[in-house]
Every structure is written in C-alpha cells, then in structure tokens.
Design a protein around this ligand. Structure first.
Ligand code: GAL
Length: 684
C-alpha cells in the first residue's frame, strides 16, 4: 500500500465523538442506541480521560471504560480509542512541573486548560508511555476497538515549546544537525550583530528579544525542532500501540497544525490521517465582515486538499455539527439547515471516506458548553439529528466512491522549509500567503481542483509527473536536489509555473550570491536584475498579455529574458514599464512560465487556460462560480460532487446522462440546486 496510507476504509463510514465520562451511566445505552439508529457506526472516545484512567500516580482504574466498552460490544458499536496525553492530570503536573510547556518568557502554562505539556520532558515521556501501554494492553484486543487516535490535535493551542527539557532537546537537535558550533555559526550567519555562539549552552529556544528581531536561520531551525519533537512524540506512542493492537486496527491522529511535518509523522507513525473540519469558523463573530470575493466556508476545501496530500483517502475525526464557541472565545452561528450536510459532503468530496461528527451532545459544563454537538443540552431529537440521519442515508449510497481518487487539474507544489520560512520572514509571507489564497480561489471558482505535492529532497519524480502542470508559487528556498527534480519534471514534458522571489535562499535561510532565480535560472531562462514591492501608494501594477490586462500585484521581479526565452507579458507601470512581467521558456519536452509578481485569481485562470488545464470537467457540467464541482474516480468510474455553498438557488447543467447516487435517478440538462444542496452524480 502507499507510503502515505497503510489503512483504507472499505465502505463509507460515519461516526461521532462521544464522552461517556460526561454523562450519567443511565444515559449510555440509549445514547449508543440512538447513535446507531442515526446511522453512525463508530464512536471516538477517551482522548481526554487521563485523570480517570490514572487518578493518582501509578494507580490505574479502568472500571468506567470497561463498563462502557462492554456496552459498546453489546450494542455493536465500534470504537476509536484516543490516548489521553493531551490532558495530563493535576497531580502529575503539580508534582512534576518540568512536564509543563512554557511561554517565551519561560513562564509555565498551568493546569486548567489542555495541551499544557511539553514533548521533550523525559518524565512526561515516561508517564505517557506508561498510560498508553496500560490502555493498549487492556483494550488492544477488545472486539469493538477498530482504531487508535494518538493524543489530540498535536500542536493545537500552541506550536511553540520553551520548557527546560526543550532547551536540552533543542541543543541536542542542533548538535546532531551541525556537529560543531562553527558549522552552526556559519549556517545561521551569527557574525551579524555579534551573535556568535561559543558554547552550546548559550543557545535557547526563542526568548524575548527586542522587536522580535530574531536571527531568521535560528528561528527556522527552531520550527524544525518543534516538528521533530512532535513527530518523535507521536512515534513513541505509535510504537507502543503497534505492539498491542489487533492487525487491521488503525493508528491515526487528528487535525492539521503548524510547525509540524505531517507527512513525516504520517509516514513514520500512522496508518491513516484524520482532519477536524469546522467550516463555521468562516462565519465567526470576530471575523472581518464578509467581502464579495471571500470564499467563506469553501476555504475548508483548501485544508481538506492539504490533508489529502498527507493521506489521499483520509478521515474526518471531528466534523462540525453545531455552533462554535468556548466560554472565552470563538463565538459563531449554528450551521444553517443544509449546511451540516454540505460541510460533511465537502469533506467526502475532497477525499474523506470516514466522517465522524463532533460531538453527540453538547457538554453541559466546562469550557466547551458552546461548542455544540448534534444534540443540545435538553437531549431531544432536533433538526441537526434529522440532518445527520439524512447525511448517513446519503453516505450509504456513496460506497462505490470509497477509495476513489480525486481528479486534479494541476499540482500545487509546497514544502515545509518554505512554509516555515514564511513564519520567520515577512517578505516571504507577504507574497506566499496572498498567492496561495488566490490560487485556491481560482481553482475553486473555476472548478479546477488541484492536489498538493510536498517537495522534499527525496520526493519521487513520479509524484510530480502525474500532473501536466505544476505551480510552485514562490520557491524562495531551494536545494540542488529539488531544483534537479523540477528540471527532470519539465524535461519530461511538464509545465512548471513559478512566481516572483524564486530561488534566492538556501535551506538554511541564507541568500545565495547568484543571479535570481538562482538554481532555477537555467529552467526559467530569466535573469532578475531588479525587483521591488509594489507600493500601495502608487498606481496598481499591471502588465499586458495579448493586449489584455494582467494583474501583477504585491511584488515585481523585473525579468530579463535570456536567449531563447519568449516574453508573454510586459509591465505597464512604474519605472520598469516596458520590461518583461511574464516569460515562457520551452525546455526539452516541457515549458516554464515565470511570472514576475504574486498570483491573482485572474492571472491563475489565464495561466491555467494557457497551459490547457482550466476547467477539466466542462465536458460534463456547467456550474456557476458559487457551486463547487469536484470529481473522484475509481476503476474507470467517475463521480462528480456538486455542492451549492450559496444560500440562494443555483442552476447547473449536466451535458450528458448522470445518475444521482442518492436516489438512483438519471438526470441531464439544467437543474436548479436548492440553497446548500449537495449532489453526487456518477457519469455514465
Ligand atoms: C477541536 C478539539 C476538540 C474540541 C473541538 C471544539 O479542536 O479536538 O476536542 O475542542 O475542537 O473546540
């Protein structure tokens, strides 16, 4: 099976998160029966229950879960069991304060919320290993258990760690990487501002410095260290679970957070990946008022696409079913009728074969009394439950889609070095963040979905060559290996599209003393001799491409074409008016398009059209911008997901016969979709 995934769901599966410890035992059986009756066949439990499993040091207590799991066996409910390491008990952190995470000032985060521990404390690791082993021993062979979730949302709440143990581990990480302090000083350029280190013990995780003006190469290595620590922490738990679980039961974790190489974690430790999808954040009360071009809840498609890159047939461990809110933040509206199904289908459309709702019933106490579940406090049937049932009925008709691959018009290339450099470097962030949003918007509005390929030195050419077109928006940092892979991709017939600011740093974040775009110059056939931000106080930067206006905002590389490079568009503004803004170079069997600016939804649309990959489904469907249309494909069978994200009806036209899987009806021609309506058609 693929490197990215060792477990596949065999049928579309729906579930829900359940907290037996929150409810009187008398409710358990009726809850399980109602959950089953709704069409949900699996529950995720236990992920925050450390103080129940180990109420005091080395005293273990499984009675509550034994009793509950016995009921699960009786009622035929499947269980995903979470390891409880995101919530250490009070006795643990009080007696062993070194297990706590600290902020940059070194002040510990105290007991009272969650995720307040650090990955590197040997004491914490020992306690975690013990509780995970106890649970795995006890429940590993339990008949109702089908999978294990490691921790909960690794790197959520904070993605920075500054405990004493982190200082020690950070130095060890750096010693392994650089061996000598000389090499480290070189790589970080510490000669600037007398930052040279003469002893490893002078190095700390980021502490407060003036103006947050940290050495960027140092910060970048710090983020790599955080990722390494998280991966090892997950690996430690996975190794234990693997020794006790039944063959066929999966190991997973949930969520997608920063400073974490999810691909590495998945490859080393997990059988399948799960995401937590809460599109209602788009309508949160503290969000800026909606703008015309805002994609709102459709932006979750971008996160789901990201998840698909980690694991093509992933699961959703937590799917929004009610309104958002902690008691101190994140207030949001309830999903409108239809949106619960819409968002769950959005997950399935993007590759999820398992959808588990968060949560069965809203908590009556604690910080999350406003993070609503399917049922409300009163425990009565309601419209959300009716919608969950309806979703489950629909999901059952989608079994043929289970395991089907998403069809992508093009690849978006990303990599963790550039991603974390964005957190360090505002010049980088300003270009990359806007381009990623705009590329997504272009893909979404024009029904031209993409897959993300994460580039690493060891990435296989085959991963890239699966796509005729690849956009690597701003490969600020490059290594020789990555540049060589791009070269092979283009030589083999690929179209590579890159934007401004390409190739001017190495992987330690140092600028290379080469003409830009550095290692890509032979491929792009361009020389960047001058470059500038476009100032918001000047006229908007634009170019002309075939006499049409081409937006060239944010940053402009002024391109000098080298011999054999064709100029496609020319700047019309500022002191470089008349010079090249977009070029094309054919290279062996392929071509490279170099855009001197960031991307806009309009420029991406034109570039995709130029490269011949815009709107790959237009042969089958015409859909307005407000509707998402994506395709999953398996064994020659094609499934078209059509999702109306609007609160107004939207017309679509099917150009040939298609079977609506929900009902088995054959349809063709113009169909008006109701507000928030979803449909899955098999093309025949
Ligand atoms: C997730 C988390 C859940 C719950 C939910 C709602 O981040 O995994 O435990 O907190 O959000 O806040």
């Amino acid at each position: 099976m693929s490197r990215k995934q060792r477990f596949l769901w065999q049928t579309m599966t729906a579930g829900v998160c359940y907290y037996p410890e929150h409810w009187p035992k008398e409710l358990w059986r009726s809850d399980l029966e109602r959950i089953k009756a709704a069409g949900l066949s699996v529950i995720r439990i236990g992920e925050f229950c450390w103080s129940i499993f180990e109420p005091s040091e080395r005293v273990f207590c499984f009675e509550l879960f034994d009793e509950f799991m016995q009921l699960c066996v009786e009622t035929g409910m499947n269980v995903i069991l979470g390891t409880p390491t995101a919530t250490p008990p009070a006795w643990l952190t009080e007696k062993y304060p070194e297990t706590l995470n600290c902020n940059r000032e070194g002040t510990p985060y105290r007991h009272g919320c969650r995720r307040h521990y650090n990955y590197n404390s040997p004491v914490y690791q020992k306690f975690c290993a013990r509780i995970v082993e106890k649970m795995a021993r006890r429940y590993g062979q339990y008949p109702c258990v089908v999978g294990w979730q490691i921790d909960n949302e690794i790197n959520c709440e904070t993605d920075e760690f500054h405990s004493q143990a982190d200082q020690v581990a950070f130095r060890r990480f750096l010693q392994e990487k650089y061996v000598t302090l000389d090499a480290l000083n070189q790589a970080w350029g510490t000669v600037v501002w007398s930052q040279t280190y003469t002893d490893w013990n002078q190095i700390f995780t980021p502490r407060p410095v003036l103006n947050d003006g940290y050495n960027p190469s140092y910060l970048l290595d710090y983020y790599r260290f955080v990722s390494d620590s998280a991966c090892r922490f997950a690996g430690m738990q996975a190794d234990i679970l693997r020794r006790y679980k039944k063959p066929g039961d999966f190991i997973t974790t949930n969520g997608l957070f920063n400073h974490l190489d999810n691909h590495r974690m998945a490859e080393e430790s997990l059988d399948v990946y799960c995401y937590d999808s809460y599109p209602s954040f788009a309508f949160g009360l503290d969000r800026a008022p909606k703008t015309e071009t805002d994609l709102n809840d459709r932006k979750w498609t971008r996160n789901l696409t990201e998840t698909r890159s980690v694991c093509p047939h992933f699961g959703i461990m937590e799917q929004q079913s009610g309104a958002n809110g902690w008691t101190n933040r994140m207030e949001g509206p309830a999903p409108r009728p239809g949106q619960l199904t819409l968002w769950a289908m959005q997950s399935v459309a993007q590759g999820a074969d398992f959808v588990s709702f968060f949560r069965w019933r809203t908590a009556c106490f604690g910080t999350e009394i406003y993070w609503h579940g399917i049922l409300d406090y009163d425990n009565r049937d309601n419209r959300k439950l009716a919608e969950v049932k309806d979703f489950c009925d629909k999901l059952r008709t989608l079994d043929p889609v289970c395991g089907a691959d998403n069809v992508a018009a093009f690849a978006l290339i990303k990599d963790y070095d550039n991603q974390w450099d964005m957190d360090v470097d505002v010049w980088h962030r300003r270009v990359q963040s806007v381009s990623e949003k705009e590329i997504f918007a272009a893909s979404e509005l024009n029904h031209s979905p993409y897959n993300i390929v994460y580039l690493k030195d060891e990435t296989d050419l085959a991963e890239l060559s699966a796509y005729p077109v690849a956009i690597y928006p701003h490969p600020v940092m490059l290594s020789e290996k990555r540049a060589a892979l791009l070269e092979q991709y283009v030589a083999g017939g690929g179209t590579l599209i890159v934007g401004c600011r390409s190739g001017y740093k190495d992987l330690s974040g140092k600028c290379v003393m080469l003409p830009q775009p550095g290692l890509l110059q032979e491929l792009t056939g361009t020389d960047v001799r001058d470059f500038t931000f476009t100032s918001p106080n000047e006229e908007e930067s634009f170019a002309l491409w075939d006499e049409n206006r081409l937006e060239t905002p944010v940053f402009n590389d002024i391109l000098t074409p080298l011999e054999g490079t064709e100029v496609l568009a020319v700047y019309q503004t500022s002191y470089y008016s008349g010079q090249a803004a977009l070029t094309r170079r054919t290279y062996e069997k392929g071509q490279v398009l170099h855009l001197g600016s960031t991307f806009t939804r309009d420029s991406v649309k034109r570039l995709l059209a130029f490269a011949g990959v815009l709107e790959p489904f237009r042969e089958w469907i015409d859909a307005p911008e407000g509707v998402e249309a994506v395709m999953r494909e398996r064994d020659g069978r094609r499934f078209l997901f059509v999702l109306n994200f609007q609160k107004e009806p939207q017309p679509i036209t099917l150009h040939s016969d298609a079977v609506l899987l929900y009902t088995g009806e054959t349809r063709r021609g113009t169909i008006v979709m109701s507000p928030f309506e979803t449909a899955v058609y098999e093309l025949i």
